[in-house]
Design a binder for this molecule. Structure first.
Ligand code: AP5
Length: 288
């Protein structure tokens, strides 16, 4: 595999920057899915400048699909709050906390889970934000209150977002994507019955797990989810735009085309973030 190495000599010391399309091995995300009791067996490869991304976009726009592709190509761990709720839902009822049972009732109706429940879930997984491979937050934050809590936590933890990607697609296309979605019950890989079909009908290409249709993809839940997105999550677009972090990406075309459209938009931001970090470190060393 050929690597492109860019050396920035204007910085306090040279930065070796790899702009390759490397394929990384799939992290198992156990610590994220299970919470503090879980430990990842497969951790993403480390990077001197890990990607720290937030994906925004309406339900069904393809955030999960893009997060999986970005994970393969950039190495950062895919952290989805929806996956945590669905994972909890697969446990025996006696192992589910009252807050988790309540969260799943909100999900089925297509409503947002209360901020306090979501924040508790993210806060107790904050070690994942220090993952050596970086992270791709998918489905979080989803309200201004969640975005502000995340910002406060990140400042406290000394972490900065590389960028926030907003995927954009007309509503009719979104509804069609949700109607045909199928998910693997074992590894959570996402397919579409016509647009991204598995090789063998009803079975996952990666682990041969059974594919299922999500309960919140029923038309009545989809309507509520799209309205909720417009009301509660769309305001985050201007929140992150004002912070200078927003990258808008048209979510039309194939998933690979969208991913190929996203990465060149992100590269300069990571370079800038890394350069700023080096500069601050050099200034701190000079002051001491
Ligand atoms: P969550 O799991 O986050 O769902 P979502 O945001 O509604 O997003 P989806 O997973 O439905 O869609 P997606 O954009 O990931 O699309 P996908 O890649 O699957 O949240 C579920 C629920 O949990 C929420 O409703 C809420 O109740 C709760 N929740 C979670 N986080 C919360 C929070 N922070 N606060 C409060 N509540 C929270 O793609 C969709 C389909 O399209 C697939 O079939 C895919 O194969 C297909 N597809 C993808 N890309 C393409 C393409 N380019 N061309 C054709 N088809 C494509």
């Amino acid at each position: 595999m050929q690597l492109t190495v860019i050396s920035i000599t204007a910085m306090p010391f040279p930065l070796a920057y790899t702009a390759s399309m490397t394929t990384f091995s799939k992290a198992d995300r156990i610590a994220w899915l299970q919470g503090p009791s879980g430990h990842c067996d497969v951790v993403p490869d480390g990077s001197s400048a890990p990607w720290m991304l937030v994906l925004l976009g309406a339900p069904g726009v393809g955030k999960g699909t893009q997060a999986a592709l970005l994970h393969e190509r950039l190495g950062s761990c895919h952290l989805s709050t929806g996956d945590v709720f669905r994972h909890a839902g697969t446990r025996p009822e006696c192992d589910q906390s009252p807050a988790m049972r309540e969260a799943m009732a909100y999900m089925l109706r297509g409503e947002l889970v209360p901020d306090s429940t979501v924040w508790e879930l993210v806060r107790e997984r904050k070690a994942c934000l220090h993952c050596r491979g970086g992270f791709i937050l998918d489905g979080f934050p989803r309200t201004l209150a969640q975005a502000e809590s995340l910002q406060t936590l990140m400042v406290r933890e000394g972490i900065a977002l590389t960028a926030v990607v907003s995927y954009e697609l007309p509503p009719a296309e979104i509804v069609a994507r949700l109607a045909g979605r199928r998910t693997c019950e074992k590894c959570k890989a996402v397919y579409h019955v016509t647009e991204r079909p598995p090789k063998s009908a009803g079975r996952c290409d990666h682990c041969d797990g059974k594919l299922f249709q999500r309960e919140d993809d029923r038309p009545e839940s989809v309507k509520v989810r799209l309205e909720t997105y417009d009301r509660s999550t769309a305001p985050l677009i201007s929140y992150y735009e004002k912070m200078g972090l927003l990258v808008r990406v048209a979510a039309i075309g194939t998933a690979d085309e969208i991913c190929a459209r996203t990465i060149p938009e992100l590269e300069p931001r990571r370079l800038k973030g890394f350069a700023e970090k080096l500069w601050v470190a050099a200034e701190n060393r000079r002051d001491t």
